[in-house]
Design a protein around this ligand. Structure first.
Ligand code: PHE
Length: 341
């Protein structure tokens, strides 16, 4: 019986066939399953099979069809696997590195220098979450609900109902200061480093995230003069011993009085240039005496304790030290940039 023999022959072939390339597999598929292929011809012939043989022939036809499909699937999997193997072979993990050892990111270098400088005068390091609630980000920091200062820092909200339960990507690490004041014994001398997020269009001068190091000092009898001395010490350590600073009055909801600190432009030495826009000064941080309301929100008695806080952008300090003129370079991971540090 010719039909049955043909089916068996093809079945045997399907079980043994080795399809070593995509082309071979495709040729086989067309020969067997194509419109004018063997399977269709067999199904056509099947129509004329005597009724008593229909069951048996039908079964072997289905068997054949399954076997063909299976061999194609196996070939496909095998080919994919060997492609993956070839790809893996292209990476020789045992190859020795060629004078290219890893090194620190410029922002890490600057951040660590900040740690070192403040570490010398007793500041430790505190950590907190990047996703924060409204209480730690704003309310405990003396931002009143309708206060326009909430818009000062264009916030990425995760959940917004308009209350202290709102959740957002932190816009500053002052939130960590609240956590520290809530949970640590006094006195407090700590740095709060970390990534912060603000809804700004990405350009050479602004980014939707950047890195801060904020600091907090709370003890009995801490004065504005203490703050000025500490920040002057920092500026001298960071930018050189003859660095001059000035404090300009400013506003932050959580400090009173508040100031912004400038250093005499490190490029022109104060004469005026493009970096300082002709003013001779460049701003490097915000600071101020912790507002009594903030202390009270953290159950610290402002009659007994006082403190100062400051916050700086690590990118800004890095820009001044290394003259990087495009913020985006810090997060692009371009080796040509990173290799320079
Ligand atoms: N949190 C402020 C900011 O992100 C910086 C700051 C910190 C200012 C502490 C004063 C005191 O802009």
């Amino acid at each position: 019986m010719q039909l049955k023999e043909k089916i068996d022959r093809l079945l045997d072939e399907a079980r043994k066939i080795k399809l070593a390339s995509e082309e071979e597999a495709e040729k086989y598929r067309i020969r067997l399953l194509g419109k004018k292929g063997e399977m269709n011809a067999l199904f056509e012939a099947f129509k004329t099979v005597e009724p008593e043989l229909k069951k048996e022939i039908g079964q072997s036809l289905n068997q054949l069809k399954n076997a063909v499909q299976e061999s194609l699937l196996k070939a496909k999997e095998g080919l994919e696997q060997s492609a993956r193997n070839a790809e893996a072979d292209a990476f020789d993990l045992t190859r020795p590195v060629e004078d290219e050892i890893g090194h620190r990111h410029p922002l890490s270098l600057v951040r660590e220098e900040i740690y070192r400088i403040f570490g010398k005068i007793g500041f430790d390091i505190s950590d907190g979450p990047e996703i924060e609630d409204d209480w730690h980000l704003f309310t405990a920091l003396n931002f009143s609900p309708e206060h326009p200062a909430r818009d000062m820092q264009d916030t990425f909200f995760v959940e917004k109902n308009g209350g202290v339960d709102d959740v957002a990507l932190r816009t500053h690490t002052s939130s960590v200061q609240i956590r520290v004041m809530n949970s640590h014994k006094l006195p407090i001398r700590t740095l709060c480093p970390g990534r912060v997020y603000r809804n700004e269009a990405v350009s050479a001068r602004a980014h939707c995230f950047f890195h801060q190091v904020e600091g907090l000092y709370v003890d009995k009898g801490v004065s504005y003069a203490d703050m000025r001395e500490v920040l002057l010490y920092f500026a001298k350590e960071m930018f050189g011993n003859d660095t001059r600073i000035r404090l300009r009055p400013s506003y932050f909801p959580f400090t009173e009085p508040s100031a912004e600190m400038d250093i005499a432009c490190s490029i022109c030495g104060g004469k005026g240039c493009a970096l300082c826009k002709g003013t001779g000064w460049v701003e490097i941080l915000g600071c101020g005496m912790v507002d009594p309301n903030v202390l009270r929100n953290c159950n610290i008695n402002p009659e007994e304790y006082s403190g100062f806080a400051f916050g700086m952008g690590v990118e800004r300090i890095a820009n001044l030290l290394y003259r990087v003129n495009d913020l985006r370079l810090f997060s692009e991971n371009d080796k040509r940039f990173l290799a320079q540090f």
